[in-house]
Design a protein around this ligand. Structure first.
Ligand code: ADP
Ligand code: MG
Length: 256
C-alpha cells in the first residue's frame, strides 16, 4: 500500500485538483484508491459533492482515536456519487482539533496509527490532500506517508514555497519518517508564457531527478470540473488525459 501526501505550503497550486484527479486516474487504471481530505477548508470534500450534514468526518475519526473509542472505521469512508471513489471527508472543525492533537504525546503519529488499522489494507493507494501551511495536520500527513507529490504552479514566485516544502520534507525524514520518498515535482498550470517556460527550465536545471515527465496545462476546464463536482478524468477532458498520464508515470516508477 502506498500513502501519498499531495503537499505544498502554498495555496492555489492545484493540490486538491491533483488529489482528486490522480486518485480517479489510478482507479481507472484498476487500483483501489482512498482519498483523505485533511484540509480544514474542505475543498476536496466539496469537489466530491460531499453531503455536509454527514458528521463522520476525519476530525471525528481523529478525535475518537485520541479518546480510544473508534467503533468502526467503515462509517467514515464514503463513496462519491459521480466518480465512485472512496474518501474520508473533512470539515472546518479540523482546525479546532489541531489544538487537541498538539497536546498529545507522539502527536505526529496519530494519522499513521489510524492508517495502520487493517481496514485500510484493501487499498492500493491512499492520497491525502493537505492544507497550505505547516501545521500538525501536514506533519501527520507526511509522517503517515510512503511518498509525497509536490504540485508546483509554474510561476516564478512559487520557488520559495517549493524550497520550504523540501525543507519540511527533509526535517520529517530526519526526525520521524526516514523512508519518506519524494515521488516527484509536478508542474501545474503550465502555459505558453515565458514565465511558465522559465520555471520549467529552472526545475529541470535544479531538480531534474525529481521533476516528473508529466506536466499539467493551464486550462479553464479545471474550474468547470470543480463546479460540476465531477473529475476531469470522468469528464474526459484534456486535463483528465494528463492526469491519466501522471498515474501511468507513477505506476511505472520503481518501488522505493
Ligand atoms: P490548492 O488545493 O493547491 O489550493 P486547487 O486544486 O484548489 O489548489 O486549485 C486552485 C484553483 O486553480 C482552483 O480554482 C482550480 O480550479 C484551479 N486550477 C487547478 N488546476 C488548474 C489547471 N490545470 N488549469 C487551470 N486552473 C486550474
Ligand atoms: Mg486545496
Amino acid at each position: 500500500m502506498k500513502v501519498i501526501t499531495v503537499g505544498n505550503q502554498k495555496g492555489g497550486v492545484a493540490k486538491t485538483t491533483t488529489t482528486m484527479n490522480l486518485g480517479v486516474a489510478l482507479q481507472e487504471l484498476g487500483k483501489k484508491v482512498l482519498l483523505i481530505d485533511l484540509d480544514p477548508q474542505a475543498s476536496l470534500s466539496v469537489y466530491l459533492n460531499h453531503n455536509i450534514s454527514d458528521k463522520y468526518t476525519i476530525d471525528k475519526l481523529i478525535d475518537e482515536f485520541i479518546n480510544n473509542e473508534i467503533q468502526n472505521i467503515e462509517k467514515y469512508v464514503k463513496t462519491s456519487e459521480n466518480d465512485k471513489i472512496d474518501y474520508i471527508p473533512s470539515k472546518a472543525r479540523l482546525s479546532a482539533l489541531e489544538k487537541e492533537m498538539d497536546t498529545r504525546y507522539s502527536r505526529e503519529f496519530i494519522l499513521k496509527e489510524i492508517l495502520d488499522n487493517e481496514y485500510f489494507e484493501r487499498y492500493d493507494y491512499i492520497l491525502i490532500d493537505t492544507c497550505p501551511s505547516l501545521n500538525i495536520l501536514l506533519t501527520n500527513a507526511l509522517t503517515s506517508s510512503t511518498d509525497v507529490l509536490i504540485p508546483v504552479q509554474s510561476q516564478f514566485f512559487t520557488m520559495d514555497s517549493l524550497n520550504l516544502m523540501l525543507d519540511t520534507i527533509s526535517k520529517i525524514k530526519k526526525y520521524v519518517n526516514p523512508n519518506l520518498n519524494i515521488l516527484g515535482i509536478l508542474p501545474t498550470m503550465v502555459d505558453n508564457t515565458n514565465m511558465s517556460k522559465e520555471v520549467i527550465e529552472y526545475l529541470k536545471e535544479n531538480y531534474s531527478n525529481k521533476l516528473l515527465n508529466t506536466h499539467i496545462s493551464r486550462l479553464i476546464e479545471a474550474s468547470e470540473s470543480t463546479a460540476f463536482k465531477i473529475s476531469l478524468v470522468k469528464m474526459n477532458k484534456k486535463l483528465g488525459k494528463q492526469y491519466i498520464n501522471l498515474a501511468e508515470e507513477i505506476l511505472k516508477k520503481p518501488i522505493s
